[in-house]
Structure formats: C-alpha cells, structure tokens
Design a protein around this ligand. Structure first.
Ligand SMILES: *[C@@H]1O[C@H](CO)[C@@H](O)[C@H](O)[C@H]1NC(C)=O
Ligand SMILES: *[C@@H]1O[C@H](CO)[C@@H](O)[C@H](O)[C@H]1NC(C)=O
Ligand SMILES: *[C@@H]1O[C@H](CO)[C@@H](O)[C@H](O)[C@H]1NC(C)=O
Ligand SMILES: *[C@@H]1O[C@H](CO)[C@@H](O)[C@H](O)[C@H]1NC(C)=O
Ligand SMILES: *[C@@H]1O[C@H](CO)[C@@H](O)[C@H](O)[C@H]1NC(C)=O
Ligand SMILES: *[C@@H]1O[C@H](CO)[C@@H](O)[C@H](O)[C@H]1NC(C)=O
Ligand SMILES: *[C@@H]1O[C@H](CO)[C@@H](O)[C@H](O)[C@H]1NC(C)=O
Length: 602
C-alpha cells in the first residue's frame, strides 16, 4: 500500500493546494490529464529521432538505452559490446522545445536538460508547461539561443518500462483508499501498520515486475548516465554542433543542466561521476547527497517550523483578513497552539467525514501533509491554507479532502483501465511507486537494515525536527522498509568535483563551468545548509541565497537578481561571489497577493 499522493513527490517544485491563480489548473491538466500526444506512435531508437508532437512546437523522441548499465559499454558507446539484441532496454521519453535558431546559427547555444525533482517528476511535462518560460529566461536575443530538453527519468511517466506495480488501476485505487484509513505513524500501532504495508509493497513490486526489471535499474546513477547519452546523441544529431563553443579535436560534448529539488541530487551525481562532462549546471533547492543515501531523511524538514512561523505571523498580522485568526488571539503563538492541538487530537482520535459520496478517515496525516505541501509555494498557498485550517478547526474537512495534491485518488475516473508496463501510458498514475523505486534503490546499500527498530528511531527524529510536518515526511523513509531491489549500477560517493581548469575568460562561452547553487532562505524540504554543504564539495562553485520562503529559489518568488545571475552564468560560465544574497520581488500575503512572473509548473 502506498499513499496515492504525491506526498511521494518529495522534492519537486510543485504547487498542490488549490490556488487562486488560474494558470495552475491549466498546467495540472497538462501534466495529469490531457496528454494530447500518443507516445505509442513512436518506436524507440538507439539514435535520436525527433517527431513533431503536442501542438507542433515541440519535438518528441523515445531514446533506446540499456536498462542495465553495469552490463553496457562505456559512456557514449553503451552498445559497444554489440549485444543490443539480448539486452533489455529502457526507452527514455524526451520533449524538446527547439531553439529559436537552427543549430548551424552562430548564436545557437545548445541543449539545456531540465529536471523538476520528485524523484517522480516528469521532465516532459515540465518542458511542455515551462519550456518557453525557461527558454526566455536563458536566451540572450541575437546572442544565445537554447533548446530546452525535458526527459522522463527511467520508470517515470512516458519512459518505459513503467515503474508500476499494480495490475490494474482499480487495485491501485483500492490500496490507496485502504492506506487513507490507517492510523498515524506517530502512534505505535500506526507505525507498525505502515511499516508492514511498505514491506508488502516491495514484495508486490517484485511479484509484478520481477527481480531484474525496472525497479532494479532506476538508480540516480543510471539517470545521470542517461543524461550523458542524451547529450551525446544530441551532439551527433546536430553533427557536432552543441553551442558550447568550438572545441578542440577529441573533446566531448558537455551537459548544460537546470535541476530542482531531487534534480539537485541528480546534478550532484552527474557532476561527481562525470566532472569533465559538465558544461553548465544550475541546481536549486539542494538535497544533501550523503543524508539522502543514508535513507532516514534527517536533512530535509529542519527549517520547516521556521516557515510555519512565518505563516502564523502573516496570519496574525492580517487581522480579520485571516480566517485562521481568532479575535482573542494575542500573538501568532495562539494560532500555532490551536493547529498543534488539532494535529495532536487527530493522531489519537481520527474522525470520519463524508466527502464526494464516500466516507473518509481524517487523520493527523491529512492535515500535516496539507501544510507540508502549502509550504512549498507560500505565495499562492498561504491564503488557501489559512482557509483550509480554519474550516478544519471548525470540524469541516471538505477543503482538505478536496485538495487534489493530498488526495489524488479523488480525481481518478479511470480505475477500470489496465496500467501499461512496456508501452507508454495514457496517464501517469504511478508516481508513488516511482519515488520508492528511486529513493529506496539509491539508499539501499548504505541505509543498513531497515527493520522495525530502525523505523522506531527514524520517525521520532523527524517529529522532533518538525512537530507539524515531520509526520508527513516520515512516510518517505518508511516506504523503504525491507525494499527488495539493490541496483547493480549505482553511485555511492564520494560526492564532489575539483574546480574546472582556468580557461580563457574572454572567450565567454568556452568549456566547463563550476556549479551555480541556488536556495531560498527558508526552505521547508531542502534547507539552506544543504546548499553550502554541496558547495564545499564542488570546487569553484557558489551559493546564491534568495530572500524568500518556500521550496527552491526560482519557484518560491520572483527575483530579478537571481534570474540575472542564472542568465549570465549560462552565457559566460561565471558564478557570482559565494554567498551572494538576492532580494525577492514578492512575499506571501493573506489575503493572496499576486506575484507577476512567478512560475508555476504544475
Ligand atoms: C487537450 O489539449 C489539446 C491541445 O492542447 C486541446 O486542443 C484540447 O482541447 C485539450 N482537451 C481537453 C479535454 O482539455
Ligand atoms: C560483436 O558481434 C560480432 C558479430 O556479430 C561477434 O563476432 C563478436 O563476438 C561481438 N562482440 C562482442 C564484444 O560481443
Ligand atoms: C464546509 O466547507 C465548505 C468549503 O470548503 C463549504 O462549501 C461547506 O458549506 C461547509 N460545510 C458546512 C456544513 O458548513
Ligand atoms: C531533538 O532535538 C533536540 C534539539 O535539536 C536534540 O538535542 C535532541 O537530541 C533531539 N531528540 C531526538 C530524539 O532526536
Ligand atoms: C581568448 O579569447 C579571445 C576571444 O575568443 C581571443 O581573442 C584571445 O586570443 C584568447 N586568448 C588566448 C590567450 O587564447
Ligand atoms: C561557499 O561558502 C560556504 C559557506 O561559507 C563554504 O562552506 C563553501 O566552502 C564555499 N564554497 C566554495 C567553493 O568555496
Ligand atoms: C524586474 O525586472 C522587470 C522586467 O525587467 C522590471 O519590470 C521590474 O521593474 C524589475 N523589478 C525590480 C524590483 O527591479
């Protein structure tokens, strides 16, 4: 059993609480529902073959790559051993928004690969929803023009084989509803039941996909290697032009990359495995590599309560405009006390609520998860969060139960269809299995025995870090209890890379650049300390701290300063002074205050 949700979208720049901004619905439907392109119409090929797709402004491909890199040839030549026939393959779904100039144009600046995080996030969806925004951000008109390349990491969305464990969507929905009614992990019995459910899900995935299927081959190392192959194939397709300046004979094409959240771990892995293949790399909202592979999530929610205090203070200062504020409140602490008490009550005594023709159990998890998700994008989410919590305190749970981010199963109308396993799906419904596949596989070798004793120490530590959202976060490491798959192709550190060699700085586009690391000041899932820790590992890198609250810099607010630094970095490869602070143009408000230019991808 697994939460239906995207709680399993751990570290991605997603907006999940219903929001006043109308763009969100459009983007959500693009991702979840309206897949107007039939991916089965493309046959996977080992070379990159593009097909016009979606509304015709995009190019789609399915790139065939080895499923098991531990049995493949070296980077750039995965099929050197010429056993293509016998080998199992992955087909990586790619959506490219082409540059506004052809590759032969002197201002063509090459492909930029993007990753939205997750690890279940779909890069193809991000390219569709945000490709134009990103291209506009990076392009320097007349001087530099980029392709924006979204790909679905192995197992995800339209890449195949699908990391899907259920034979039918009906089975998935039934398990989701069953999980919905389980007691809180904060109680002893709840922890045990969740632990057991996680063990059983691993067993189910092994039963349905086999011991040597996609779940054994979706480590982040494999995804990093896929990125290298994508760069190579693009370079071949463009006949040796990739915009990273003229290179001397024998020099290899380099990755240009923009990764958010879990995508920072993917970037860190790539830069550590293939340091001389980094051209440009911007990572935003940093996951700590060593903590992530240790498998207990101890460097994630450390700053969450600080952001929750920001929320309560905004609410208190808003007076009557904040529905969560009571006329008798004398400080924000009074608001906090009421919400904490609600969580406490629901932990011990969950209640039932009727919603949408069904009976639901409302546990503390539902409230904790609602808050956790809202913290990612406070500008659009704080006002609806205040409303949802006020109604919940009054015993009306309609709004939290209608939040599609928390209760994805509410929206499902396709429970009688069969999920595809080897051909691309019409809809992406298996993100929770994807997350387990990546997170549990990546941590499998270093996390130790994830037995019940381990669970009983990991969960209280998270609650100790964040009394409000620690409970919701705890389900993530817990999902890896007794995970049966150990990837044969993995990278387990040490993370890091030496500073790039000093190059001719007047030849602005040349060569390899150090990492540019972004973070918001108060991030509820990837604390700022992680950004500095990553910088220590990668020579020449620099951290930019954006004065905003929320998950990642670029999605938590708009900052001309941050955007200018990113554009300049892609053009010249130069990073600003390490520790540069950027002011943000907008802050969250109650009532909702618009933030022109704030990107919202899902
Ligand atoms: C799906 O997307 C296509 C192309 O963007 C559009 O023409 C169509 O109206 C959309 N359908 C729905 C049901 O939203
Ligand atoms: C490659 O293929 C050829 C002919 O099919 C075969 O003789 C050779 O052994 C293969 N090489 C490897 C490394 O598998
Ligand atoms: C509960 O809240 C919803 C809005 O979320 C509202 O439409 C509904 O009328 C409320 N129900 C009651 C019984 O007050
Ligand atoms: C709880 O947090 C405090 C302060 O950070 C720390 O000293 C203590 O060891 C933590 N307890 C547990 C059980 O993690
Ligand atoms: C550095 O690059 C500039 C611009 O491409 C070029 O004119 C100059 O000769 C280069 N200097 C060296 C030392 O290579
Ligand atoms: C950037 O600053 C942080 C915090 O001062 C430091 O720990 C890190 O080593 C610096 N990065 C580099 C590459 O020097
Ligand atoms: C940020 O940039 C936009 C567009 O260039 C401009 O309209 C706006 O005034 C700038 N804001 C600040 C605070 O500089």
């Amino acid at each position: 059993m697994r939460s239906p949700t995207s709680s399993w979208t751990l570290w991605s720049a997603t907006l999940l609480l219903s929001s006043p901004a109308s763009a969100i619905n459009f983007l959500r439907s693009r991702q979840l529902g309206n897949n107007s392109f039939d991916w089965t119409s493309i046959t996977p090929t080992p070379d990159l073959q593009y097909h016009p797709c979606y509304d015709g402004t995009f190019q789609c491909a399915r790139l065939q790559l080895p499923l098991d890199y531990s049995k493949a040839g070296p980077p750039g030549k995965p099929y050197l051993t010429n056993n293509t026939q016998q080998q199992q393959h992955a087909a990586i779904a790619i959506v490219t928004l082409p540059a506004t100039v052809p590759p032969t144009d002197p201002s063509y600046a090459g492909p930029v690969l993007i990753n939205p995080g997750g690890p279940s996030g779909s890069g193809t969806s991000m390219a569709l929803a945000a490709g134009t925004t990103i291209r506009n951000l990076l392009d320097v008109p007349g001087e530099r023009h980029y392709d924006i390349v979204g790909f679905d990491p192995r197992g995800v969305a339209f890449s195949t084989p699908s990391a899907s464990c259920y034979a039918t969507e009906f089975d998935r929905a039934v398990n989701a509803l069953q999980e919905q009614g389980l007691p809180s992990v904060v109680t002893e019995q709840g922890l045990w039941v969740h632990f057991e459910a996680s063990r059983a899900l691993g067993a189910l995935c092994e039963e349905t996909t086999g011991g040597d299927g996609v779940f054994r081959h979706m480590s982040t190392a494999s995804v990093a290697r896929d990125m290298l192959e994508i760069v190579e194939r693009m370079y071949e397709l463009q006949k040796g032009v990739n915009g990273m300046g003229k290179r001397s004979a024998g020099e290899k094409p380099r990755l240009q990359y923009l990764g958010f959240s879990y995508g920072t771990y993917l970037g860190n892995t790539f830069a550590s495995m293939f340091p001389d293949r980094v051209g440009r790399m911007v990572v935003d909202g940093v996951v700590d590599g060593d903590d992530y592979t240790a498998g207990a999530g101890q460097k994630n929610v450390n700053d969450a309560e600080a952001e929750i205090d920001i929320f309560y203070n905004i609410c208190f200062d808003a007076g009557d405009a904040c529905p969560l504020r009571d006329s008798q409140d004398t400080s924000a602490a009074d608001i906090r006390a009421r919400v904490t008490a609600l969580l406490q009550t629901l932990r011990e005594t969950p209640v039932a609520a009727v919603y949408n023709g069904r009976v639901y159990i409302v546990s503390s998890y539902l409230i904790s998860e609602t808050i956790r998700q809202a913290l990612y994008t406070p500008i659009p989410s704080f006002a609806p969060l205040a409303q949802a919590l006020a109604e919940s305190l009054a015993g009306n749970f309609t709004r939290v139960l209608s939040n599609p981010g928390v209760m994805l199963s509410n929206q499902r109308s396709d429970v009688c269809t069969e999920p595809p396993v080897t051909s691309p799906p019409q809809q992406y419904t298996f993100s929770s299995e994807v997350t387990s596949g990546v997170v549990c596989g990546d941590s499998q070798a270093s996390a130790g025995t994830r037995d019940f004793a381990w669970a009983t120490s990991a969960v209280p530590a998270l609650l100790n870090q964040s009394v409000t959202v620690g409970e919701a976060w705890a389900r993530i490491p817990l999902a890896c209890a007794d995970w049966p798959f150990t990837p044969p192709y993995a990278f387990r550190g040490p993370f890091g890379s030496a500073a790039p060699p000093v190059t001719n700085t007047t030849a602005s586009s040349a060569g390899r650049a150090p990492l540019l690391i972004l973070s918001s000041r108060t991030d509820p899932a990837t604390p700022l300390d992680n950004a500095f820790a990553l910088s220590r590992l990668h020579g020449g890198s620099a951290v930019v701290v954006q004065e905003s609250a929320g998950h990642t810099a670029l999605f938590s607010s708009v900052s001309n300063c941050t955007l200018g630094i990113v554009r300049e970095y892609f053009a010249s490869g130069k990073v600003p002074a390490n520790g540069t602070v950027c002011e943000a143009e907008c802050a969250p408000g109650i009532p909702y205050q618009e933030c022109p230019g704030l990107p919202q991808f899902y």
